[in-house]
Design a protein around this ligand. Structure first.
Ligand code: G
Ligand code: MN
Length: 386
């Protein structure tokens, strides 16, 4: 059949289109933590037309935002059904550059939020780099307003565009979805494995989550379980499911392997990064004659605010009572107190105190923090293997 814009419009209006939901699983809990809505077109005779066929056509004809607008109410109704049973799940909606440029769609989103049809903590927008790179100020402005209202943004298909880093820089993304092409190769290509690892590390240092797409086998899932990735999505976990099947699927409370090790590794990374930031700053200050020393961006004197502290007093709290976890608090706090001393010494020009005393003490405490995290990791590994 030759598809025309009229077919697409009619299909949406006649209910031939729907959303399927593909679950995302948290590596930390092994439970479903949300889903992505994926548009499907099933014709009256039962045949399916793939979104890879009709979405690009709709885009080329300039009717994709009409389609989004026609289907958005359906999405909201679906989200309500999911929310009724799983209030803590976040459901993602894919938006294109055209949608973001369509004032009506943005208005629909704002109305839905204002009228309470969708809670902000239920909604995530998946945006491809293309949508952002097209870079119209109106697009960026729309996204920024939505984020200010509390909607989360995920960068879709990360790694496939030509300027991922620039896109990350331009918008307040709260997560990255690593494109399946890297994930699918992770077991066979050392280069892909490095790119995946470093993308995870980058997300960690930016303080955002990272989701891997295209987890098609248990082997891929297992290879990423300890990586520090937040969540996984892919055929091995589940294909996209029609709403009713999706809800039935959740009813069975399915579980996948879970591990805290990624968290311990990310905490080590955060700690290492923060310490290097301090050392670089101190030596830059010692080299310069400028008496005014700014605290570097991303550096937190408050022990609750650094990445390790956010982890320790946040998601890490479930390890309270573990001797290594508990032992970490003192040297971590000591490091922050010493940092305050360093800034004081810089201001008063007391270089000798920094060189003879403070840097050594920081290093000692840093080793203690690292040792605790390392032991936590090793003991968790042993438990998992036992
Ligand atoms: O661009 P985006 O990441 O939103 O596209 C998601 C698409 O990827 C959907 O059409 C979905 O059906 C497909 N998909 C989801 N999981 C897998 C997977 O494990 N392998 C492959 N090849 N495709 C997947
Ligand atoms: Mn997507």
């Amino acid at each position: 059949m030759e598809i025309t814009p009229r077919h697409i419009e009619r299909a949406a209006l006649r209910g031939e289109m729907r959303f399927d939901y593909q679950p995302k699983v948290s590596f930390l809990t092994g439970e479903v933590c949300g889903a992505e809505a994926l548009l499907r077109w099933q014709r009256d005779d039962g045949s399916e037309i793939s979104p890879e066929t009709f979405v690009p056509l709709a885009e080329a004809w300039g009717v994709v935002s009409d389609l989004t607008e026609a289907m958005f109410p359906r999405f909201l109704a679906d989200v309500s059904s999911i929310k009724a049973v799983h209030p803590d799940h976040r459901i993602a909606f894919n938006v294109s550059a055209h949608d973001l440029d369509a004032p009506r769609f943005i208005a629909m989103l704002h109305d839905a939020i204002d009228e309470g049809h969708v809670a902000l903590d239920h909604l995530e927008l998946e945006v491809t780099e293309g949508a952002v790179v097209s870079g119209k100020p109106s697009v960026l402005g729309s996204l920024q307003r939505l984020v200010a209202d509390g909607v989360e943004l995920a960068m879709d298909d990360y790694g496939m565009g030509f300027s991922s880093l620039d896109t990350l820089h331009r918008l307040p993304f709260s997560s990255i979805k690593l494109d399946q092409s890297f994930v699918l190769r992770v077991l066979h290509s050392a280069k892909s494995a490095v790119l995946v690892k470093l993308s995870i590390a980058m997300a960690q240092m930016l303080g955002i989550r990272i989701v891997v797409e295209g987890v098609e086998s248990k082997a891929i899932y297992d290879s990423l379980l300890h990586s520090g990735c937040t969540a996984a999505q892919g055929f091995w976990i589940s294909r996209p499911l029609p709403l009713e099947h999706y809800l039935n699927f959740l009813d069975e409370d399915p579980r996948w392997p879970a591990s805290p090790i990624g968290l311990f590794r990310m905490a080590q990374l955060a700690h290492h990064w923060q310490e290097r930031l301090l050392i670089d700053m101190v030596f830059a200050a010692l080299r310069s004659d400028d008496p005014v020393h700014e605290i570097p961006l991303n550096f937190h004197l408050d022990e609750n605010q650094c990445e390790l502290g956010k982890w320790y007093y946040g998601i890490g709290e479930k390890f309270v009572g573990d001797p290594d976890f508990d032992a970490l608090e003192k040297p971590h706090r000591a490091m922050h107190d010493l940092c305050t001393e360093v800034f004081k010494a810089l201001r008063t020009g007391n270089r000798q105190r920094i060189l003879n005393e403070l840097l050594n003490e920081i290093s000692e405490n840093s080793c203690r923090v690292t040792a605790c995290l390392h032991r936590l990791e090793t003991r968790a590994l042993i438990r998992e293997a036992g």
